[in-house]
Design a protein around this ligand. Structure first.
Ligand code: SIN
Ligand code: MN
Length: 282
């Protein structure tokens, strides 16, 4: 598919597409998806959090569920949501290609105990761990709860994606509290494995500013894999759950790597997704 063909064809206006390319993110109100996505996700949560498997990552406190990965592989409802026509259409428009889900997760950020995500760029993980050769991916975060300034919103340096991969350091070893976990767990905890230099973060933030997109449950936040982002701990009494799909272009399917991460972190099924023609099963 040619980029110009898909740019014209999708649900995003020319203005929204231009904003995405300029700022590295765009926030869409719940009427964009036109589905009760929070209710659909809520139906999958009890079995997702009860799944005592490596897909489930706990916070440093050892009890609170931080994330559950690969739900598009285990829950038909979530698999259906990844194929919502508006969502898939917007992502195909941005990437100018057919797409598949490279990774999915729910990040829970529980009240009082949901922990931070330090400053990072996502693409470095997909390049170095999974062999994804170009940043031709889109992050789609669907708010399952309302996101406010109090419950640990994602925070971006707008426009930082245009600087490519930033200078940083690769942290050796396992973070405190996860010493006995498999090596790949180091890529998922509150202590980022690939650290961007603080001076680089400061310089970019001074020039471009900081933004925390906020909105009601059902909002859709699309963002670039190279945007510099973080999120603070949730010390509020309100949960901040987000369902996140990482879409990759089919023409950007990963190259083999020496030590692949488990399939629930890097999906080997790279067949293009087709839009759902009916509502996802409830
Ligand atoms: C992410 O860094 O991709 C997720 C962070 C968050 O859920 O706040
Ligand atoms: Mn991230």
């Amino acid at each position: 598919m040619l980029r110009t063909e898909t740019e014209a064809a999708g649900p995003l206006t020319r203005e929204l597409l231009a904003r995405y390319r300029r700022d590295g993110y765009v926030l869409l109100a719940p009427d964009f998806l036109a589905e009760d996505v929070p209710a659909a996700v809520t139906s999958a949560i009890p079995s997702a959090v009860a799944d005592d498997s490596p897909r489930r990552i706990l916070e440093r406190d050892g009890t609170t569920v931080r994330s559950v990965y690969g739900l598009h592989q285990t829950h038909p409802t979530i698999a259906g949501l990844a194929r919502l026509p508006q969502l898939l259409g917007a992502v195909r428009q941005i990437l100018g290609d057919d797409v598949y889900v490279h990774q999915s997760k729910i990040n829970f950020k529980e009240p009082f105990s949901g922990d931070q995500w330090e400053w990072h760029q996502d693409y470095v993980y997909w390049l170095q761990n999974d062999g994804v050769q170009a940043p031709d991916l889109v992050n789609a975060a669907i708010f399952v709860d309302e996101v406010t300034e109090f419950n640990g919103p994602l925070t971006f340096v707008p426009g930082s994606h245009r600087h490519g991969l930033l200078a940083g350091q690769d942290l050796d070893g396992m973070p405190l509290g996860y010493e006995d976990a498999p090596a790949w767990v180091a890529t998922l905890t509150a202590n980022e494995k690939f650290r961007v230099e603080p001076a680089v973060i400061e310089d970019l933030a001074r020039r471009e500013g900081l933004v925390s997109p906020k909105g009601p449950a059902g909002s859709l936040l699309l963002f670039d894999p190279n945007i510099l982002h973080s999120s603070a701990p949730n010390i509020s009494p309100f949960r901040r759950a987000m369902l996140m799909f990482v879409y990759n272009s089919v023409s950007n399917s990963p190259r083999p790597v020496a030590t692949p991460r488990p399939p629930f972190l890097a999906d080997p099924d790279v067949r293009p997704l087709q839009p759902l023609s009916t509502r996802p099963p409830q």
